[in-house]
Write a protein that binds this ligand. Structure first.
Ligand SMILES: NC(=O)c1ccc[n+]([C@@H]2O[C@H](COP(=O)([O-])OP(=O)(O)OC[C@H]3O[C@@H](n4cnc5c(N)ncnc54)[C@H](OP(=O)(O)O)[C@@H]3O)[C@@H](O)[C@H]2O)c1
Length: 320
């Protein structure tokens, strides 16, 4: 079969379309004919050898896909750690979900990682059932990205007051159409100052923090009393820098979130899907697909994320 192969940990430039041995299912796995693949920031890290748990090259790239089950013809979207950007994929059945009838394969390939992660961020923040007395506030970094747009869509359903950052006014204008109330262009405005001004010095209940470096401490300073920073990435490439004494002053806390780990909890995943699928059926969730490129242009597609040029999800067309 044809597959997008990481030949060495040389970044997106070392990705190559190659003939690779056919996917062979382990016990209980299901073969999916893949039609589209969603690109995640984790794929960028994996291509450089910077993602924990990745085996040595050569290996097939891709952790998110949509296609048809070979045996049943059922349209499915799924999640894996690698191996998704190939004509055939051996998938774990508990990490496959039916594609809603009105969605294309491209939409479906943009769903699992972003929406499960965003849902878990609200869960970790304790905001899935917001208090009726006070509208909770959340600061969402990279609000125009894959996870970011999903967090805005879910925040709108939950009735959250959302503050979102991006490097681009154009991207922010699109996220405002999804329901983001407060757009902060961090190239023009310091987001810590913006949060202070917009919340009259009170701060936010939670920050969804995926930048690392100085931003973990800066995000902590954006919290109100008893607020929570949900740490789920380090797009700057730097480890979080935080003096934990900063948490004492406000009774604040930091929570880690990693979908790779949570995806191994079948009950949690199935309860989450139950809620997400209800929201999909009610017409509240539809993934934001910013660009679709053929897999021959995978390196270019990866660079959209690296260069901050993506809006929502970048999707690869897989196969002939
Ligand atoms: N823990 C988990 O389970 C989990 C799951 C999914 C994703 N993540 C993490 O969540 C983050 C977002 O992932 P995603 O796949 O949805 O990507 P994405 O947000 O669609 O793309 C990355 C975006 O991050 C923003 N950004 C800010 N600083 C950046 C920098 N130094 N380098 C590159 N981009 C920067 C850019 O948006 P602006 O130009 O708008 O700022 C860029 O478009 C990543 O850190 C990823 O590792 C974690």
């Amino acid at each position: 079969m044809k597959a997008l192969v990481i030949e060495s940990y040389g970044g997106p430039g070392a990705l190559a379309l190659r003939t690779f041995p056919d996917a062979t299912p382990a016990e209980g796995q299901i073969i999916v004919k893949v039609q589209a693949g969603g690109i995640n920031f984790a794929d960028v890290l994996t291509s450089k050898g910077g993602y924990p748990g990745t085996p040595k090259p050569p290996l097939i790239a891709g952790r998110e896909f949509a296609g048809t089950e070979l045996a049943s013809g059922r349209r499915v979207m799924g999640y894996a750690q690698w191996g998704a950007f190939a004509e055939r994929m051996a998938a774990r059945p508990e990490l496959l979900w039916p594609i809603p009838d009105t969605w294309s394969f491209e939409h479906a390939a943009a769903f699992p990682v972003n929406y499960f992660t965003a849902f878990f961020a609200y869960w970790k923040a304790g905001l899935l059932a917001p208090s009726p007395e006070r509208t909770p506030r959340v600061l969402i970094h990279a609000a125009a990205g894959g996870v970011g747009t999903a967090a805005v869509a879910i925040g709108k359903i939950l009735g959250v007051e959302m503050y979102g950052t991006s490097s681009s006014d154009e991207k922010l204008a699109r996220v405002q159409q999804l329901g983001l109330q407060h757009a902060i262009n961090y190239k023009l405005t310091d987001y810590e100052d913006a949060i202070k001004n917009l919340t009259h010095g009170e701060g936010v209940d939670a920050v969804f923090e995926m930048l690392g470096g100085e931003h973990t401490a800066k995000s902590t300073r954006c919290l109100r009393d008893f607020g929570r920073v949900i740490v789920y990435g380090a797009a700057t490439g730097e480890q979080a820098k935080l003096d934990t004494r900063a948490l004492y002053a406000k009774g604040a806390s930091i929570h880690g979130l990693w979908l790779t780990y949570l995806s191994g909890k079948p009950q949690l995943m199935s309860e989450t899907w139950k809620q997400l699928s209800q929201w999909i059926a009610a017409g509240h969730l539809r993934p934001e697909v910013g660009s679709v490129l053929p897999w021959e242009r995978a390196a270019e597609a990866y660079h959209l994320l690296i260069n901050r040029q993506n809006y929502g999800k970048v999707v690869l067309g897989i196969g002939a």
